[in-house]
Ligand binder design. Structure first.
Ligand SMILES: Cc1cc2nc3c(=O)[nH]c(=O)nc-3n(C[C@H](O)[C@H](O)[C@H](O)COP(=O)(O)OP(=O)(O)OC[C@H]3O[C@@H](n4cnc5c(N)ncnc54)[C@H](O)[C@@H]3O)c2cc1C
Length: 217
């Protein structure tokens, strides 16, 4: 977007938008008909949360919008190369993109006309860039079975082979980061205890830095 987060009044919070309180029915409706309302739309304002953003990128801001999408709506193009999936694929992407942008403008009408550039990704984009199998941006399904898998942990039966990332613990950036901590601790064994004083110091430094208005990590 053109403009600083402050000028555009971008919040530091995330928006979670639902068409109604009946989440199961909303998901089922969208699964049955792609023209049904998105069962959930998440809008986040990363540049508003970053204290040094405007120094590094003057007069610009960013927004991310995410909505769930059944893989089947894009499956027909799964074997075609990225960036060359044809007009029909591009048209469907544009349609979903326009709907997402309208949701943004519904919440923040002041942003209409301020968007300089936007790009839409689909489950096929996630497959292509992250090498997932069906566009599952949050990794393995979060059913009870997943958490009962005894093999889903950093240390494997194969000597020297460790797993890491969101799937060994829990999803999202925080889950993936803690998956990394677990994997590192698993590799280091008891030596990982040596890291505890460092982690405690890091936390204190961060707190002090934030109180002083600067982040110095
Ligand atoms: C559009 C989008 C928005 C998101 N928004 C949020 C958000 O706001 N908050 C949040 O917490 N989470 C968000 N997530 C989820 C978050 O990005 C993931 O949970 C997190 O990145 C998972 O981290 P990871 O390290 O496990 O896997 P990844 O980040 O997927 O890293 C795996 C890496 O392995 C590489 N790779 C795969 N196969 C191979 C191979 N065979 N050889 C070599 N390299 C390979 C991939 O290219 C990739 O770089 C979002 C995801 C997407 C797609």
């Amino acid at each position: 977007l053109k403009g600083t987060p402050k000028e555009l009044k971008l919040p530091k919070t995330n928006y979670w938008l639902y068409p109604s309180h009946d989440a199961q029915a909303n998901f089922a409706a969208f699964d049955a008909d792609k023209n049904a309302p998105f069962p959930l739309t998440y809008i986040s304002f990363p540049s508003a949360k970053d204290p040094s953003w405007s120094e590094r990128y003057p007069n610009k801001s960013t927004i991310e919008i995410v909505a769930p999408c059944p893989y089947k709506y894009f499956e027909a193009w799964k074997d075609m190369p990225w960036g060359q999936r044809g007009d029909e694929y591009d048209a469907l992407k544009a349609e979903f993109g326009a709907r997402l942008m309208e949701q943004l403008y519904n919440e923040m009408p002041n942003l209409r006309g301020k968007v300089d550039y936007f790009e839409v990704s689909t489950p096929l984009s996630t497959d292509y860039f992250c090498a997932y199998s069906r566009g599952e941006l949050y990794g393995l399904e979060h059913g009870p079975e997943r958490f009962q898998q005894t093999w889903l942990r950093p240390k494997t039966r194969i000597a020297g082979l460790y797993l890491t990332g969101q799937d060994v613990l829990s999803c999202g950036v925080g889950g993936a980061m803690m998956g990394g901590v677990l994997s590192a601790a698993s590799v280091l064994g008891l030596q990982s205890l040596n890291l505890l004083p460092f982690m405690a110091r890091f936390k204190t430094d961060r707190n002090t830095a934030q109180e002083g208005g600067a982040v110095n990590a």
